[in-house]
Design a binder for this molecule. Structure first.
Ligand SMILES: [Zn+2]
Length: 98
């Protein structure tokens, strides 16, 4: 029977091999957090196939604060899309082709 340590090492080696041969054809910018809800102030371009970090970008600290809950003209409460969310959405827009 293999130990957990041996299984972890084997999986890490397989992932490293996958990341070397992957063409990273599917990628997305996303928030980089050290735990759920704990944003580091960095966004990363990550391959969706092999999960390799391809690029990263530090963001201004003031972008980490969300706007307060707002009420629309019909009296419905909502949380406005933050500047950070808009920025990531714009970076993930597909590039047009001629
Ligand atoms: Zn990849």
């Amino acid at each position: 029977m293999r130990t957990t340590k041996e299984i972890r090492e084997s999986c890490s080696k397989e992932i490293a091999e996958l990341q070397q041969v992957c063409d990273h054809s599917e990628k997305q910018w996303m928030l980089y957090s050290w735990a759920d809800g704990h944003f580091t102030g960095k966004i990363c371009l990550v391959c969706l196939l092999c999960e390799k970090e391809l690029d990263s970008e530090e963001l201004p600290i003031e972008w980490l604060h969300y706007d307060p809950v707002t009420v629309d003209d019909k009296g419905v409460w909502y949380l406005p899309e933050s500047h950070l969310e808009k920025y990531i959405k714009e970076k993930n827009k597909p590039i047009g082709r001629c």
